[in-house]
Each structure stands twice: as C-alpha cells, then as structure tokens.
Design a protein around this ligand. Structure first.
Ligand code: FAD
Ligand code: DLZ
Ligand code: SF4
Length: 526
C-alpha cells in the first residue's frame, strides 16, 4: 500500500505520528511552503524564515535517510498557495492508496483537513498529535462537566501521570508548586548570560533572501537571525539553557530589565512548537539537572510546570472549547489596538522596550507578554480579535493553539473566567517592583492621575471601576475592591478623567501618525 505522508511546517519531528510507520519503499512525504499560511496573518519576518528553514532542513534529513520527499517551495511556479491545493496536486501525481497526516495546531486547518478525504477522493487518516503528553481526548475527559478549569489541578494530575519530580506518590520537596520563591526582582549586580545564536547556514541564507524579497512589508527585523532550525541545534540550545541559565530560572522568572531580552528564560518555545524538541525530553533533561545538583528545585519545578502544566493545559482548553471560544468578549472590550504596538513609538518605557525586543527577536519573555503588552491591553480595553492577531503575528513561537487561550483567556479574560480565576490586571507599581523600566520613563510611576502620571495607574483603577458589577463578587478581587472603597468620590472622578484623557491622546491612536512615510509594520526606527 502506498502512503502519502503530509507533514505540516510545525510538525518537524521524525517520531511524529504521521511518520511512525513510514516505509521508504512505498511511501512519500509531502511538505509544502504555501502563501496562504505565510499571509493569512502577516507573520513576523523571522517567524516565516524560521519555519521555512526548519522545514527545508527536516526534508534534507529525511532525504539523507533515503525517504522520498515531495518538497514544494514557495517560488515553485506550479505552487497553488494552499494546503488543500498542494495536497490535491500531490494526490493527482502520486495516486497514493491513502494519505496520513497528524492533526494540526489550528482549528482553521483542522476544519479544512476533515474535508480532504471527501474532496480529494482518497482515504485520509488524521492521527492524534503525539508531540503532546495529554491528547485532546484525554483533556476532554478531564474537563468534562467542569464550567471553568484550573491549571493547578490539571498540573498535579500531569505530575502524577508523567512521574516528573515525584517522590513516590508525593511531589518532590513536599509541595506541588514553588511559585512563591519565583518572584524575585533582578539585582543590579546579576548579569544574565545571552542564549546562543545559531549562525545561518546556506539553507537559512537562501530562505532569508526569499523572505526579504517576498515579505518585506511584514512586521519586525529579519536579521540578525538567531533561532535553531535543526534538531541538533535545538538540542544544543537545551543544553546551553541547562548549563548556563536553569539554576537561576526560578528565582528571576518574573523579573524584567530594560535591554536585557532573554534573562534566564530558556527561549526553547520556538523549537518545542516546531517539533524540534519534545516536551518530554526537555523535562527529562531538567529533572536530571535537578537530581544531579545542577539546579535547585524551585527552578526545575518552575520549568516543568510551564511545560507539562501550562503548555498542555492551554492546548487542551483550545481544542476543548473551539471554535466558540474565540468569539466571546466577556468584558465587552472594543477599543482598537494602538498603532504603537506595531511601531514601538510610545513614551511608555516598558512597552517601548518589550515591543523593541519583539521586533528584533520575534520573541519576548513571559512576563513581558503577560504584564506589559498584555496587561496594558486588558486595562485599556482592547478588542480581543485585534490583540490576538498581534500576538499571532509577532512571536516566532505563535500558533493559534497556544496564542489564543493565552491572549483571549489568560490576558483579556474575554472567556469570562473559563481559564483563569481572575484577570491579571496590575498598576504601574507591579512593573516598577519587577523591573528597572520606570527609572527611565517619561511618566512617574508614583503618580496616579494627571498628565505625568504612569498611564497604567489610572487605567488600572478605571478598569476596576468599569467592571465592578462583574468582578466585585470574585473573592480573589476582594482586597482590590476594599482599596477602591477607601477612595473618595473626588479621587474616583480624577481617575476616570485621567484614564479618559490618556485613552483619547495621540499615544492611543490606532492609525500611524500622518507624517509617517515609512512602510507599515516596520519598526526599524526603534
Ligand atoms: P520559558 O519561560 O523558558 O518556559 C518554558 C516553556 O514552557 C516554554 O518554552 C513554553 O513552551 C512553555 N510555556 C510557558 N508558559 C506557557 C504558557 N502560558 N502557555 C504555553 N506554554 C507555556 N507561548 C508560545 O509558545 N506561543 C505563543 O504564541 C504564546 N503566546 C503568549 C501570549 C501571552 C499573552 C502570554 C501571557 C504568554 C504566551 N506564551 C506563548 C507563553 C510564554 O510566554 C512563552 O511560551 C514563553 O515566553 C516562551 O519563552 P521560553 O521558551 O523562554 O519560556
Ligand atoms: C506558520 C506557517 C507558515 C508561515 N508557513 C507554513 C508553510 O508554508 N507550510 C506549512 O506546512 N506550515 C506553515 N506554517 C505553519 C502552519 O500554519 C501550521 O502548521 C498550522 O497553522 C497548524 O498549526
Ligand atoms: Fe511603564 Fe508606567 Fe513604569 Fe513608565 S512609569 S515604565 S509607563 S509602568
């Protein structure tokens, strides 16, 4: 029986479900670079380069093994530009007995994939994505009957199931979660080591040229390009993290520092989400480092929680709730996304630095995504669909299965609390405590209202007042509403006026300034 095995651009693992029973004698692998995927949102230039380069390297390695690969390049004159069009062409020319594919990471593609068999007149087998430790069906069983979910309970189940950091039936160190230890600000004397840069080889250089010519108007800098594009390089990145950064990962997980883009984070998300690394192997490596005394428990547990907890939970929620999930807007947020999210041109130092790092690296660390760009959008009431598109475009690790629940649920609380018990709203005081941003800012973080006050402050309290009906009854918001109750009516009026003045200011305009003659989405000016 001849099988055509269709491998998508983020399924680059030799053990992916669609390749497990590959027979080089009878089978062929199909991989396609298509315009539809590169432009349905205008992805960051580095993200497109990363995916195309990693795809080409993966195809090369399969060919070296003796596997037949039908690899369609973006500039192939016969390329139809879509997954369905390219699969149809391959079925027409190869006439396989069946097509085998692994389920995709987006509902949009899944919906298309389910129709392939009927449309193309060939049996199509869609296999469960074995890059995840918890399958869609297993998550559905866990979530069944619950109106809202809590990551912490899911995480404990995953610890028991996988055995990571367990001491018999109990969690290693007697506690499931060491998050309390992981909230230190970064002392001035600590200099985080830079993660490795992987210099482009000939394959990557060719892709960089292609992206420069075809996607010049897309957001972000294309070079310097630093990302691992092969499994070998990704394993090197994992080892580098364990040797140089893991031991401080826990302590400084929530810290931020201007101009210091990676701190002690692993920067492994691009490799994990492409399939170059698996969740299991990174956790095995981190647990081994802990058991060998290379890293403390708060670091190892913090990392394992992100991977077998948050990452699997986020994906489970996505598939369990889609497609209805994306359509909710529980807080009725309708403001347009300000232009500065694309240009970086804002006087708010924290946002300027996070958007600069995003433009330069196609990456920002978690607390920047959560407490700066995300928190600002939450308290300013940005429309979920606009912010979701921004996050999907700008990060090299962004695919809808992971981007959407993080933005829609975790940040904007647009799901009304399905995923997280309370919105992650914070004033400037939080950013000041966890970073050095405020010292270099034109705004004053200690002022709550007035033209020089940190905009996060008035926007935060305005948010708390705006959503009082919905949030006051939430036990986790009690201290906040107690503080609001202590404010005088005059203070509340000042807050509302300050927030309103800022929201109407030029900073918040969704359009580029009229004198802006640069191509759109081009933050080379930063
Ligand atoms: P580390 O801090 O080293 O963490 C290790 C790994 O844990 C990450 O590589 C990642 O695979 C996983 N992880 C950690 N937190 C999460 C989370 N909340 N959801 C899923 N996985 C997690 N991550 C993405 O991979 N793609 C996205 O598009 C994405 N969008 C986000 C949007 C928002 C608003 C927020 C708050 C978070 C988002 N995250 C996303 C999660 C997280 O910010 C990134 O995974 C992390 O910054 C990647 O850097 P790292 O590999 O150094 O992570
Ligand atoms: C993101 C992306 C891009 C930019 N280009 C391609 C591509 O040309 N070919 C491909 O197979 N995959 C690409 N991808 C990743 C897909 O968008 C991804 O597989 C789906 O969104 C499902 O996760
Ligand atoms: Fe950001 Fe406010 Fe601090 Fe400026 S003062 S860096 S706007 S938190």
């Amino acid at each position: 029986m001849s099988t055509l095995r269709f491998v998508l651009g983020d399924q680059l693992n030799r053990r992916i479900a669609s390749l497990t029973d590959l027979d080089p004698e009878t089978d062929a692998v199909l991989m396609v670079e298509v315009a539809d995927e590169a432009t349905y949102v205008r992805h960051h230039k580095q993200k497109i380069a990363l995916i195309f380069s990693a795809m080409r390297h993966f195809a090369r390695d399969l060919e070296a093994e003796g596997v037949r690969v039908d690899y369609v390049r973006l500039d192939d004159p016969l390329n139809t530009g879509s997954f369905t069009g390219e699969l149809a062409r391959a079925v027409e020319s190869r006439r396989p007995d069946r097509v085998v594919v692994t389920e995709p990471g987006e509902w949009r593609v899944w919906d298309e994939m389910r129709r392939w068999g009927e449309r193309l007149g060939v049996p199509v087998e869609i296999r469960s994505d074995n890059r995840f430790l918890c399958s869609r069906a297993e998550f559905d069983r866990w979530a069944e009957g619950q109106r809202s979910y809590r990551m912490e309970f899911f995480y404990r189940e995953m610890r028991r199931r996988t055995g990571f950091l367990m001491d018999g039936d109990a969690p290693e160190g007697g506690r499931w979660n060491f998050d309390r230890e992981n909230r230190k600000a970064l002392p001035k004397r600590v200099s985080p080591p830079e993660p490795p840069r992987f210099e482009p080889d000939a394959i990557t250089r060719e892709v960089l040229d292609l992206v420069a010519s075809r996607f010049d108007g897309h957001f972000g800098r294309l070079e310097p390009f630093r990302w691992p594009v092969t499994r070998e390089a990704a394993l090197g990145a994992l080892q580098d993290f364990i040797t140089h950064r893991l031991s401080s990962y826990g302590d400084f997980q929530d810290a931020m520092r201007a101009g210091s883009d990676f701190l002690f984070h692993s920067a492994l998300s691009t490799s994990l989400n492409l399939g170059l690394l698996t969740a299991e192997e990174v956790c095995v490596a981190v647990e081994r480092a802990y058991r060998d005394g290379v890293a403390p428990l708060n670091a190892a547990e913090g990392f394992v929680r992100q991977v077998i907890g948050w990452r699997e939970y986020i994906r489970g929620v996505y598939w369990h709730r889609m497609p209805a999930y994306a359509a909710t807007n529980a807080l009725g947020a309708e403001r347009r996304l300000p232009w500065f999210y694309w240009s970086g041109e804002t006087q708010m130092n924290c946002l300027r630095d996070c958007i600069r790092s995003t433009a330069e690296n196609a990456w920002a660390h978690h607390i920047q995504r959560l407490m700066v760009t995300g928190n600002f959008a939450l308290v300013a009431g940005i429309r979920p669909s606009e912010l979701e598109e921004w996050y999907l475009v700008v990060y090299a690790d962004a695919y809808e299965w992971v981007e959407l629940p993080n933005v829609h649920g975790m940040i904007l609380w647009a799901d009304g609390g399905v995923m997280g018990s309370k919105p992650y709203a914070a004033s400037g005081a939080y950013i000041n405590r966890m970073s050095d941003y405020c010292a270099g800012c034109r705004y004053d973080v200690r002022q709550r209202t007035g033209p020089d006050a940190c905009p996060f402050n008035a926007l935060y309290w305005d948010f708390v007042m705006r959503h009082e009906d919905r949030l006051r009854a939430n036990g986790r918001m009690k201290l906040i509403y107690d503080a609001l109750d202590r404010m005088s009516e005059g203070q509340r009026v000042d807050i509302r006026e300050s927030a309103r003045a800022f929201l109407l200011s030029d900073e918040m305009s969704p359009e580029p300034p009229p004198e802006n003659v640069r191509p759109p989405l081009q933050p080379g000016l930063l």
